[in-house]
Ligand binder design. Structure first.
Ligand code: ADP
Ligand code: ADP
Ligand code: MG
Ligand code: MG
Length: 535
């Protein structure tokens, strides 16, 4: 059992080896009601940046709402009125006692960038520039506009912004205010890699304590000094682990094992094995496309030709608005190039970037119309890792963003095809789901006589699945150029140089890590031009 009930956990999501002392009644910080979600433990803001890492539904946003003073935790006592005095007493003798005293007496100013930025246009109206001017308590407006690349959207109404634009405005608004503590809930959603690092740098430069919830592990790693892992059973309970240094914390997360707490929250560890570079000459050619071009209104795309071999995963990297999706549509023959062509008659399976729940029926009906979903292979390779069991009976139209994404990925991979085109699979997924999806894609590529093209902004994900990279550069919205498929090192090097970040490999896990800007290693790698990593 999981310690909350005596039954076997239906989610089978967690197994507690030792005594579940984390789950005693007196450790409840907040409960949303009888038999509703419970949060055990809390995060302590401290000097530097504290990262919070965990799947969806385990209380990460609840933690931020409590710490930012929006929610007075009830300590699990549902029949009592919650109050800060009770909270202060509960945490007496700990750093949190002091924190809640200050919060109660309004002696600290707290800034909170919320998770769902799409609510902002409903509560704030006006032009971006007017809104930002109004809250510029630091007099740093020009600097922040530059750093977060907001120049082109200053005259736009808030209600007219795309998800990524709204996200950057929300981050700017938080950074312009004079706070003692800043909370950022999922700041990289909708952003491309460059924007993610720009946001991360801007957040790191804040003067004050910072707490960040984030699913992009490379960005979280780059941002944070400490990590709290939150684990548990989504929508049932969440437990906050002790803080760890950022490297050790993320490694423990990938390992799925918290040694000190004696907790195993995932059966398999995620390992970054150094695969030998794929030797294309031994492999049968699958697909050839020539140099292509395509003009769309004000946008012009040019693609260098390429040859793709069976079993390859091609990671596609580049900023927003540079033509990645247009390229994928050219490969899928959804649109025709003005010049050049994709040779041959190949079977394509395509997961679009923007997925709409336009299927009338259940998830089970949808997937059954594509393949036999009852085979043990399908269950173990697709249903289980993509957490689809619970969704099978649901109507496709009722799915949330992350649920729909997993179903769309499953549907794409279930088709029998020569080439799989997967556009932004990690969008809406939490860290745990991203890791599972990357495993599924990698395993399918190794087993099938097929090739995969994957567009994604999560570099850990891309590094894990890709054999080669295609890198897009140019001027977003105006002109884009796609490189030929390049070996991983060369492609990553060109891309990271453009992003202005250098990477290294973690010694223990082999995972890629972004070097802190200006560190010795960062400076050295820039000097020798090795942005990806040096062996
Ligand atoms: P996370 O940010 O880790 O995804 P949240 O803190 O948003 O998790 O939510 C944790 C759990 O608490 C979820 O199962 C959610 O459904 C539930 N929950 C969140 N807010 C409320 C609320 N206001 N009332 C009842 N349940 C809630
Ligand atoms: P990415 O996937 O790299 O974000 P896209 O390929 O979606 O980029 O788009 C590249 C550019 O082409 C964008 O400026 C976009 O607005 C424009 N664009 C895309 N599709 C069309 C279309 N059908 N008509 C006109 N412009 C388009
Ligand atoms: Mg949340
Ligand atoms: Mg796109």
């Amino acid at each position: 059992g999981c310690g909350i009930c005596t039954k076997r956990c239906p989610f089978n999501a967690i197994s507690i080896i030792g005594l579940p002392e984390e789950l005693s009644e007196d450790k409840i910080v907040h409960s949303y009601g009888k038999n509703r979600f419970r949060l055990y433990g809390l995060v302590v803001p401290r000097e530097g940046v504290v990262g919070i890492l965990g799947p969806n539904g385990v209380g990460k946003s609840t933690i931020l709402r409590i710490l930012s003073g929006e929610l007075i935790p009830n300590l699990g006592k549902l029949d009592e009125e919650p109050s800060y005095d009770k909270v202060i007493k509960h945490f007496s003798g700990t750093e949190l006692q002091n924190y809640f005293e200050k919060l109660k007496n309004k002696e600290i100013k707290v800034i909170h960038k919320v998770q769902y930025v799409d609510v902002l246009p409903k509560v704030v109206k006006g032009k971006v520039i007017d809104i930002l001017k109004r809250i510029d308590e630091k007099g740093k407006l020009d600097e922040i506009i530059e750093k977060l690349d907001l120049k082109n959207i200053l005259e736009r109404e808030l209600s007219q912004l795309s998800g990524g634009e709204l996200q950057r405005v929300a981050i700017a608004a938080a950074c312009l205010r004079n706070g003692d503590i800043y909370y950022f809930d999922e700041p990289t959603s909708w952003l491309d890699v460059k924007q993610r690092f720009n946001a991360a740098r801007t957040i790191r430069e804040l003067d004050g304590r910072v707490v960040v919830v984030e699913h992009d592990l490379i960005v979280l790693d780059y941002l944070s000094d400490y990590i709290h892992i939150v684990y548990g059973v989504p929508s049932a309970y969440g437990i906050v682990s002790h803080p760890r240094g950022v490297r050790v914390g993320i490694n423990a997360y990938l390992d799925g094992h918290l040694k000190e707490e004696n907790i195993k929250f995932r059966k398999e560890a995620i390992k970054f094995e150094k695969r030998p570079p794929l030797d294309a000459s031994n492999r049968p050619l699958l697909l050839r496309y020539s140099k292509m071009s395509k003009a769309l209104d004000n946008f012009k795309l040019e693609i260098d030709g390429g040859e793709i071999y069976k079993g390859e995963v091609i990671g596609i990297l580049g900023p927003n608005g540079i033509g990645k999706t247009t390229f994928v549509k050219l490969l899928a023959k959804i649109i025709e190039p003005d010049e050049g062509n994709v040779e041959g008659d190949i079977k394509i399976s395509y997961k679009p970037q923007y997925i709409t729940p336009d299927y009338d029926g259940t998830v089970e009906e949808l997937l059954s119309s594509i393949t036999n979903i009852n085979s043990s292979y399908y269950k173990s390779e697709i249903i289980k890792p993509l957490q689809l069991e619970r969704l099978l009976d649901m109507n496709v139209k009722d799915l949330s963003g992350g649920e729909l994404q997993r179903v769309a990925i499953a549907a794409c991979l279930s088709k029998n095809a020569d080439v799989y085109l997967i556009d932004e699979p990690s969008a809406f997924l939490d860290v745990e789901q991203r890791l599972s999806v990357s495993k599924v894609i990698r395993r399918m590529a190794d087993e099938k006589e097929a090739a995969m093209f994957v567009v994604d902004h999560d570099i850990l994900f891309q590094d894990y699945i890709s054999d080669r990279f295609i890198v897009f550069s140019g001027e977003p919205g105006r002109f884009g150029k796609g490189s030929p498929p390049m070996n991983k090192r060369e492609g990553a090097n060109i891309f990271l140089k453009e992003m202005g970040v250098t990477f290294r490999r973690d010694q223990d896990t082999g995972r890629p890590r972004a070097n802190k800007e200006g560190s010795q290693r960062d400076l050295y790698q820039r000097e020798i031009g090795e942005y990806y990593y040096v062996d």
